[in-house]
Design a protein around this ligand. Structure first.
Ligand code: TYM
Length: 343
């Protein structure tokens, strides 16, 4: 695998995306947005708001544009700098849809049948889901490969989709005898925050779709709400363990310690050394302070960005032009490689 990644000689480029489907939560922030900011000084970064992915399930047309600006505001408020990174919405760049069609003819049905996220989202109702939801990972591959992205920062739940992206890239390169045309992207998953769990159940992922709002901290929550949710977060009958081994079999505690460590940029071991042997009250109260200190400035900035929707529209439109300039020649090369008449 590593050799394949290294065989690609093109420039290094980062791509990632977030769906405009409701409030972002702490998992999105730690698993994705915080990493986006860290990367923008080192590589060319393309950060997309994936509105084409959003419509794989019903979105109210009256709300979609606002939801899109909401994610744009969250990117910028988290520290993504539009002068450095390219921040735009997916539907404004045609290359995504076009390449997705070509990849539909490369990906195999058996590959898609193995995607666990579709199974999780569709549950027993898979027959009633949109074809787009089933095809979601192929569009995701097109997103990444329309930019020949080499690095993709995401949370752990996206691992399987990135493996599929690599499979599609490898099959395209092989079938069309175009060695290393597409890079085999490297997922950037590791690190604190890769898998933030629900505050109500340490075995379930923190998710926008959890019916309980107390299961997640939203980027739009105010200080009181954050503190209340952390106070109510599920713990167990024991006390704070003093070391990593003590987190074994205690998913809720492991999650809270992981959140603290990720937000405060400290290690789990460090946090445990500080609170080991104590009850949960003091730890939770400090965690609430850490969470508010990290998130409140982002929430406040988001409100400021959202107060000027026209400015957000301008930022997105300008970046969509930059994105098109990169992606169009790549997709034109794909047309030539496939052998279309006139390409
Ligand atoms: P979305 O909007 O569902 O999630 C956005 C990002 O948040 C991460 N994430 C989490 N990380 C840690 N803990 C959690 N509980 C948690 N929940 C969500 C996700 O892993 C993701 O990084 N399919 C993508 C959107 C996408 C994309 C792409 C990403 C479309 N095309 C191309 C990368 C490259 C998604 O999950 O969006």
């Amino acid at each position: 695998m590593a050799d394949d990644t290294q065989a690609y000689k093109g420039p290094k480029r980062v791509f990632s995306g977030v769906q405009p489907t409701g409030d972002l939560h702490l998992g999105n922030y730690l698993g994705a947005l915080k990493k986006f900011v860290a990367l923008q000084d080192d590589m060319e970064c393309v950060y997309c708001i994936v509105d084409l992915h959003a419509i794989t399930v019903w979105q109210d047309p009256k709300e979609l544009a606002d939801q899109t600006r909401q994610i744009a505001a969250a990117y910028l408020a988290s520290g993504v700098d539009p002068a450095k990174a390219i921040v735009y919405n997916q539907s404004a760049v045609r290359a995504h849809s076009e390449l997705a069609w070509y990849f539909n003819c490369v990906a195999r049905i058996g590959w898609l049948n193995r995607m666990t996220q579709f199974k999780d989202k569709a549950g027993k109702n898979s027959e009633k889901m949109s074809v787009g939801l089933y095809d979601y990972p192929v569009l995701q591959a097109a997103d990444i490969l329309a930019f020949k992205a080499t690095h993709v920062p995401v949370g752990e739940d996206q691992k399987q989709h990135l493996e599929l992206t690599r499979d599609i890239a490898a099959k395209f390169n092989h079938d069309f005898n175009a060695p290393n045309f597409f890079p085999l992207c490297e997922p950037l998953i590791k690190g604190p925050g890769a898998r933030i769990m629900s505050l109500r159940d340490g075995t379930a992922k923190m998710s926008k779709s959890d019916p309980s709002d107390n299961s997640r901290i939203n980027l739009t929550d105010d200080a009181d709400k954050i503190a209340k949710k952390i106070r109510k977060a599920k713990t167990d009958a024991g006390e704070m363990p003093a070391d990593i081994e003590g987190l074994e079999g205690r998913p809720e505690i492991a999650n809270l310690v992981g959140i603290y460590a990720a937000l405060a940029e400290r290690t789990d071991a460090d946090i445990l050394a500080q609170y080991g042997g104590q009850g949960f009250g003091g730890f939770k109260s400090d965690l609430a302070d850490v969470a508010v200190a990290a998130l409140q400035p982002i929430t406040d900035l988001m409100v400021r960005y959202l107060s000027d929707p026209e400015e957000l529209n301008r930022i997105l439109a300008k970046a969509a032009d930059r994105a098109t300039e990169i992606a169009d020649p790549i997709v034109a090369d794909v047309r030539k490689i496939i052998g279309f008449c006139g390409s």
